[in-house]
Design a protein around this ligand. Structure first.
Ligand code: G
Ligand code: G
Ligand code: MN
Ligand code: NA
Length: 255
């Protein structure tokens, strides 16, 4: 409850910032997107990572206004990149959405408003949802259908770690699978792990879905993923989360 009260204050004070982690093309590392990640700049405690406050924000329901801020800020930032770079390259910005947000009635209208206010075209936005957020929720499925109808892309985040991964692909309008870091970590030294990662890219290709390998930390992993058929990746080997202006520079340098 105390963290909840602090979060509310922090929102009023404007303590939150977004950083963005590039999503890159394999094998050349060209930036083709960026994932917005929230940080809390606490006046006394310094930068607090989302794992330490998102669960409390979800419990207290504060994730709804906080998530709305994230969505607006990410769209506004990406519209700025678009304004600087022009529309010659087809990068996208992606935003993590909590179960609680997705189940709120009117969530799709909120997404439409963020696009409208920022001027960001729907085709430049991707929302990331987890399997668990969608599982067994009619409200979440309805939100996703409405969001897809806007022309916004939907990614299944942490793919493979939740429940009912495969069944979900039939029921919701997914266009990208983000293969969780835990499935990437051991591909270079475990045949079993490599088999699973290969099966995932094959599944995505067969269903005509995009697929992003997450948490890529070495050149050896990147090389192997490329050989397996992965075309997109994200991870410290290529780029850490960074301020918006640095992503703007990357997009400019590579256009
Ligand atoms: O940025 P970092 O890797 O520390 O993020 C940790 C976790 O917090 C990840 O699971 C990520 O999806 C989640 N996260 C980061 N930013 C947001 C956000 O804006 N909204 C929600 N709901 N989750 C976020
Ligand atoms: O759950 P989600 O996939 O949204 O989480 C993204 C989180 O993963 C971010 O907090 C980001 O900082 C973290 N991350 C991104 N790339 C790497 C990586 O290569 N290694 C590690 N350990 N974490 C990463
Ligand atoms: Mn994510
Ligand atoms: Na993930």
């Amino acid at each position: 409850a105390q963290l909840g009260a602090e979060l509310r204050l922090a929102m009023d004070r404007g303590d939150f910032r977004l950083v963005f982690q590039p999503v890159v093309r394999l094998p050349d590392g060209v930036t083709v997107g960026a994932e917005a990640l929230i940080r809390w700049h606490h006046p006394q405690r310094g930068v607090i990572p989302p794992d330490e406050f998102i669960p409390a924000a979800e419990r207290t329901g504060l994730i709804v206004p906080l998530g709305a801020w994230v969505l607006d800020e990410a769209c506004r930032t990406a519209a700025g990149w678009l304004h600087e770079q022009g529309a010659t390259r087809s990068w996208m910005v992606s935003v993590n959405i909590s179960a609680r947000q997705l189940r709120e009635s009117g969530f799709a209208r909120r997404v439409a408003a963020a696009l409208h206010t920022s001027g960001l075209p729907a085709a430049r936005l991707m929302i990331e949802v987890t399997e668990t957020a969608v599982f067994d929720s009619r409200a979440a499925t309805e939100s996703l259908n409405e969001i897809a109808a806007l022309g916004v892309a939907i990614a299944l985040d942490d793919f493979g770690t939740g429940h009912s991964s495969l069944g979900l692909l039939r029921n919701i309008p997914v266009s990208v699978l983000k293969v969780d870091k835990s499935f990437i970590d051991h591909i270079t030294h475990s045949t079993a792990e490599a088999t699973i990662a290969t099966a995932m890219v094959s599944l995505a290709n067969g269903l005509d879905l995009g697929v992003v390998a997450e948490g890529v930390e070495s050149a050896a992993q990147a090389r192997q993923l490329h050989l397996m058929g992965y075309r997109l990746s994200q991870g410290y080997h290529f780029a850490r989360p960074m301020p918006a202006a640095e992503v703007g520079e990357l997009l400019a340098a590579q256009s």
